[in-house]
Ligand binder design. Structure first.
Ligand code: SF4
Length: 68
């Protein structure tokens, strides 16, 4: 069976630290010490892809983009 991979492109310079992505998908996103988003996993496993995409969608400044 083919494993679908997904990557999230993070535009750190666009992030305003609202934390909505982290609230939506804390398994995937977290804020660093400077309140910028960072990924907790570099390649998103299938079990987290729905959550990862939902977290990207809620970002109000479109700093997260799904690449699959
Ligand atoms: S929702 Fe967007 S702006 Fe807010 S922390 Fe996440 S990536 Fe940054």
């Amino acid at each position: 069976m083919e494993v679908r991979t997904m990557e999230i492109e993070v535009r750190r310079s666009a992030c305003e630290g609202h934390g909505l992505c982290e609230q939506t998908a804390p398994e995937v996103y977290e804020l660093d010490d400077e309140d910028y988003v960072r990924l907790r996993v570099s390649e998103i496993p299938e079990s987290l892809q729905v959550a990862a995409a939902a977290g990207a969608r809620v970002c109000p400044v479109a700093a997260l983009r799904v690449r699959d």
